[in-house]
Design a binder for this molecule. Sequence first.
Ligand code: HEC
Length: 240
Amino acid sequence: MSAPSNSFQPDSTDLDRLHSAVKREKADLKPGLEPAPMFAMFLAMIIAVIAGGQLGSMTGDYSFGTSNPFGFSAGKDPRPGGGDGAVVMDPFQTAMKKGASGYAVCGGCHQGTGSGIPGQFPPLAGSEWVTGGTERLIRVVQHGLVGAITVKGQGFNTPGGMMPFGAAMSSGDLANVLTFVRNSWGNEAPMITKEMVDKVRSTEKRASQWTASDLEQYAKANVLGDVPAGPGATTAPAVK
Ligand code: HEC
């Protein structure tokens, strides 16, 4: 049973052609929903740009505090530093932050918690060497320390002692690390400034490690100088 040769024979090619023609056809635009003409869109954009610039200059010094669209906390900028774009830290906070990374040099022995290792490396946490006289502390780290010492009532006498790890640091870096150890793990003592480190460096020209008895004279002596912020600040109050 075969179809007559002159009758319509829908084959797949015809169907494809038919369907793609239908697919090419765009849906009729609904009245009112036709896209705006190109020139109208450009015009709107140009107006928006000009208006934005105008608004910016008319509101004067744009500040988050006064132009805060959310209106929280009575115009006070919640960001640290009050919205001038920079996080403002006082000199003590800055020293603590930098000192924390500088402490990596010391942490291998004195440990990240400042606890040291019994019988090997003395603790910095709660150490009278750390929170005591800054004349002594700066000298220990600048020139090194060897021989028997007592820290928090425990004796240490590690062969070779401590090398002058601070000597290779800039005065600022050393000051920051010392400020950090004096104010971490429960320690609290006035910050050590770059100027204080410089003062010791310029007057003390020792080439060998200290011993505990050499340093006894400095146990309670503090390098004179302004303490700009933090515990025991002597100058302007810390920036809030
Ligand atoms: C390689 C190990 C090592 C490193 C690194 C090291 N120390 Fe020490 N530190 C010692 C040893 C050992 C002593 C004890 C020396 C002695 O017995 O005479 C000591 C003693 C001290 C003391 C006096 C005692 C005390 O515990 O308070 C201070 C302060 C100190 N170190 C601070 C530092 C600081 C700050 C750094 C980093 C800049 C540092 N040390 C890096 C091994 C180290």
